[in-house]
Design a protein around this ligand. Structure first.
Ligand SMILES: [Zn+2]
Length: 313
């Protein structure tokens, strides 16, 4: 096992080998905590130029509070590159940093420490230079301002970047507003959370729901198939990170009501659907919402596409 983190090349805080297979857990300041197979470590060189993207995805899984249940293999590592979690454009990277500052600001006026050398994974940047530029941009755009350092001094962010290892900054009111906006809409997300009955008889409905979502330029996400230990965290994080939610109430699962309510509480749009023959079973609290009623899965797909185009895009 190499003594380096394979993604950021930093020396990890700790490497714990598994006892029963060729696999280790790596604890890295930049990339968070992840498990990786020995065969991926030895074949990783082919993916080297994408390292900063893996580093960013893993770091954000940690920031989102997800436990690292998944073991990275030569197969799953390629799926990460298709992930909607990776920002495609510079404004999305900037939003990531705003989101991080907001998540780490417990009170108004609280200062947040950013250590460019450890934290450029937050903006999916290939090196700390881009993070420097983003910090300067946020200061110029009056979203952040310098906070006092440990000695009680206030220095401009540019000065802090030149002389210090760590930047101390805090949100302005503009910064807070932008953070709340991002929290509501899910950091430029292209993900759609699907809340529905997981019984196998509904797999064909899920198939059509995900086709409708993907035809409209989003990616469907559901938590079926994950281990039960991780599922609650995955639901909360999955909804927070989604642009909107599709909730199908066929089968009347309490979890679907919870997930739709949680999403509405975060200010996200919810598209309500239900098989027509069950419409009278809908709970009276939510019956007032306009539900897409469907007779078969093809009808579900086409009505859902129309609704996403009308209400989301
Ligand atoms: Zn790392």
């Amino acid at each position: 096992m190499s003594a380096q983190c394979p993604f950021c090349k930093k020396e990890p805080d700790k490497i714990t080998p598994f006892t029963n297979r060729d696999c280790s857990t790596i604890f890295c300041k930049r990339c968070g905590e992840f498990a990786i197979t020995g065969s991926l470590l030895s074949s990783y060189a082919d993916l080297e130029e994408k390292s900063h993207l893996f580093s960013g995805v893993l770091r954000w899984r940690k920031e989102g509070g997800l436990k690292s249940g998944e073991i990275l293999t030569s197969h799953t590592i390629k799926e990460i590159l298709q992930s909607t979690e990776i920002p495609q454009k510079i404004p999305e990277k900037i939003d990531r940093l705003i989101y991080y500052i907001g998540l780490n600001s417990p009170t108004f006026g609280a200062s947040v420490s950013i250590k460019p050398d450890d934290d450029y994974s937050l903006t999916f940047s290939p090196s700390e230079d881009e993070l420097h530029e983003i910090l300067l941009f946020l200061e110029r755009d009056r979203l952040i301002e310098p906070a006092m350092d440990f000695m009680g001094n206030v220095a401009a962010i540019e000065t802090q970047l030149s002389y210090e290892e760590m930047v101390q900054c805090k949100f302005t009111m503009q910064g807070w507003k932008r953070f709340y906006e991002l929290e509501r809409k899910g950091v430029d997300s292209k993900q759609c959370f699907v809340a529905m009955n997981f019984d196998n008889e509904f797999d064909s409905a899920y198939q059509k729901i995900s086709e409708a979502i993907e035809d409209c330029g989003f990616k469907a996400y559901r938590t079926k198939g994950f281990s039960i230990d991780d599922v609650n965290d995955l639901i909360i994080a999955g909804i927070k990170e989604s642009a909107f939610v599709v909730a199908d109430f066929t089968g009347q699962k309490p979890g679907v009501y919870f997930e739709a309510g949680f999403a509405r509480g975060l200010g996200k749009k919810v598209i309500w659907t239900c098989r027509e023959e069950e419409k009278d079973k809908l709970h009276f609290d939510t019956r007032q919402f306009n539900h897409i009623l469907w007779k078969d899965v093809e009808e579900l797909k086409s009505k859902l596409q129309t609704s996403i185009r009308a209400n989301i895009i």
